[in-house]
Design a protein around this ligand. Sequence first.
Ligand code: GLU
Ligand code: MG
Length: 437
Amino acid sequence: MINNPLIFAATSDIAGKTRGKAFPVTELEKRLRRGVGWTPTNVMITCFDAIAESPYGALGDLLLIPDPDAIAEVDFRDDGPVERFMLGDITDLDGKPWECCTRSILKAALDRLEKAGGVSLVAAFEHEFQFKDAARPLGEAYALTGFTARRRFAEALTAALEEGGLKPDTFMKEYGVSQYEITNGPGRGVRAADDAVILRELVRMTAMRLGEEVTFTPIRDPAGVGNGVHIHMSFLDADGNPATHDPDGPSGMSGVTGSFVAGVLKYLDSIIALTAPSDISYLRLTPHRWSAAYNNLGFRDREAALRICPVTAADPQSIARQYNFEFRAGDAAASPYLALAALVHAGAQGIEEGLTAPATTEEDLSSLPAGELEKRGLVRLPQSLDEALRRFEANETVKGWFPGDFPAVYAAHKRGELAFLDGMNQEERCAAYESAY
Ligand code: GLU
Ligand code: MG
């Protein structure tokens, strides 16, 4: 068959979808300068392919400019074509970042963190997903049998990730039905989110090559377990030295970590619409599902919005390098760029406000009386996307972190997504998201 190799230039948009256009590899040099044409109203295409009410209408022209540092090129060597895509930034025709470019929004948040705290961010994403196959036998949670059933997939995937420039860390059979987890090594700054987008797509492509289908939907069954996206974060100072840990700090947090963490918790109820942005995300964010239901910092607790992770090292330098904290209230309906941008802005705000490190929680918060929660500054997170959007829209500080019309565009997009679900029950909503993600 004749073949003209193409590169897909991509953005990860408000819907958390990787969208874009392909061009011949031979045109790369030109496309790195001039990009491919893009339309403002594309940002209103929801995960259900319906277009939410758009302030841009049919007007305007943008450029999607691929970034050669964010290319994934993978030859599965199975007689299929080589996969080749490049993530990029959306600009106006003068080259200025567009207000709704999620990758540019993250870059601005990272710059703010560097200014506020003198640190750069290192992050690693942990993704859970499920195969859409017929039910597997019971008893596969964390089991070798469950792993073996997908060894072919796991080995093809980790090879694809390496070829795509990532650092696969672990692969395991998670607890849920046909649920697996893939963790990737840490990346610096925007690269961490690039890696997360690339990883999701390579998981899908690997499954497709093997004649299977996967879903990253936040939750498949209202009575079941969710698919979380957990984001591990740590800091480097200007000299590249670890800056997250202080052996004498509260729970081992350095000053900058304590303020960052406090900022995330303070603003969490107003940013959760960006980290857990689907209607059914709020079925997952309920107590006793090993996700997060409160704005708490957990110690040895996996039902926490933020968790300080245990370190295995013994010598002080290795501890300082390993020490990190994990955000658990996110899912794959969110673009990694937007989820991370919201967290980094909240953390930077915490640093700018000079917030002190929060106390950790070590108990089941859903069993505490309301007065006790209030005394400790703990709030139940929003219990629906509508409520989460209202908190986002009501928080002028949070909206001020984002450029131009982005907050209004975001809310309108999400309201369009909710309108599509009108009249559906929970099972039907889960089925719709399972098909979309
Ligand atoms: N599946 C859980 C979630 O929705 C996480 C389980 C775990 O890895 O701790 O986040
Ligand atoms: Mg997990």
